[in-house]
Design a protein around this ligand. Sequence first.
Ligand code: PRX
Length: 581
Amino acid sequence: MNYEPIVKPPPERMPVTPNLIGYEAVGDAFRWDDIRAELDGLPGGGLNIAYECIDRHLTTDRKDKVAMLWEAKDGRAETYTFAQMAAGSNKAANALRSLGVEKGDRVFVFLERVPELYFTVFGTLKLGAVIGPLFSAFGPDAVRDRLADSEAKVLLTSPDLWARVKDIRADLPRLQHVVILDRRGGGDVPEGTVAWPDVFDAQSEEFEIEATDPEDFAIMHYTSGTTGKPKGAAHVHMAVMGHYATAKYVLDLHDDDVYWCTADPGWVTGTSYGMFGPWSNGATSLVYEGGFAAGHWYSLIEKYRVTVWYTAPTAIRMLMKAGEELPRKRDLSSLRYVCSVGEPLNPEGVLWGLKAFGLPIHDNWWQTETGSILIANYPDMDIRPGSMGRPFPGVEPAIIDDDGNELPPGEEGDLAVRPGWPSMFRTYWNNQELYESRFRNGWYITGDRARRDADGYFWFVGRADDVINTAGHLVGPFEVESALLEHPAVAEAGVIGKPDPIAMEVVKAFVALKDGYEPSDKLRRELIRFGREKLGTIVAPREIEFVASLPKTRSGKIMRRLLKARELGLPEGDTSTLEED
Ligand code: PRX
């Protein structure tokens, strides 16, 4: 392990502010009860994420402060104050109620990053229903699996996205309403769907928030494992304590900050830190509808005077590739703090931040299940490039062995966390057994392998399972293999993450063909297109290699580890359980 160099954030760019009383001091003084006391709560001991993020600001000076600076892909801009966010989410709550949505029901959104998505997330939470955001690049199989498992009652989507997946409707008997939001203002909606203006426009801007308990379900995000379909990690309203505390102490958000989280709400970073963290702290948050484009991203920072920026290693590597000249063409002096999450951030990335912005990039670690940041390079902390940082106060991560015993510094083991932090998931939807299997000797097992050094910094080693991390998005190999098997030419498929200099890993499939089919470039292209149409561009394999057969265990399980070892040219290890060809 290389612990050097330590990078100090430049003090003139990271002024000491009331949030920044120092890692050690916060650590000693930190109590979750104090965090709860900083939030408002509902009368009678209730807690509601939407209230803490939006409505509680209406009785303060923040009422007419800009909550959301929104910019469309085509450059049109809109701004929404906290009062307008409250009105929009109240109308959405009334609209959902008019469609029959009740407390506990699941409402899903499959949309680009448009303001109505945000209104609907908060409207659903106000109703006490459970919101499920879906990534807009998903294909029909990915959307159907999630809507079916959650038994969603309402889906809000756009004409284009619905056209991509509409055939799934026949498989979703519980889906009562599909609401179509057409921002281009088209008139007709497809048969069997409802137009957003018809349910939204005439609604009242008043809504009395449901008296939700801190332990009531609020939001679910589907995440991938090695086996089976994606699982819905379900979070409760109490999670807002974690969003609030970490956005305050790790992201260091203050009233005068303009904050930009580049993650999509289809993934947990886009909700926990694209909405709940900044807004529970009353910060102004930039939402850009479009995707990555180096030059445009810099121009957004310049135009909106972004001060705190939360992005991802793949984006940083893409910015690095675009060169150091590009940021120099823009006035990026508003930036005071840059953070990153989702995959390992190479030391070069941390140091590149110093070159490009005069600021090191602060990596932090968490996952869908943890709901909020648990390990971080805290704002005033020396950064050890390549390390995920140190534990958030009030959280107890450890490196443990197979029996659940803590390992000493320097030794690699399973990264585990002592349960009890507020934003921890409470179950996998419909799969309590799997949830329970994630605990060992009183520890929650994260699925990551890591080390801790003598000073308490954590260092990521890799995943303990076969889950692929492509551009910060987790992909389950089983989901991809199942989709490929539906193609008439495919007899067997084995899917791995192939190392990639930018996206960390790309999805690669090894495919054995049925009798009567021959490998060809045409078939390869067809399978790639088939995968994209079913799963969407993020989840589908980027590369396909034809093989005569796949290595399997005696019980018939495909040995993905062996495929990966072959791909990397590594020793293949013990192959005694391999099928004999
Ligand atoms: O493997 C770890 C990796 O991403 C996983 C969590 O992904 P997901 O559930 O999609 O949550 C995304 C929100 C953070 C982790 O189990 N990961 C996340 N952050 C880091 C990381 N790997 C290395 N370094 C990180 N900072």
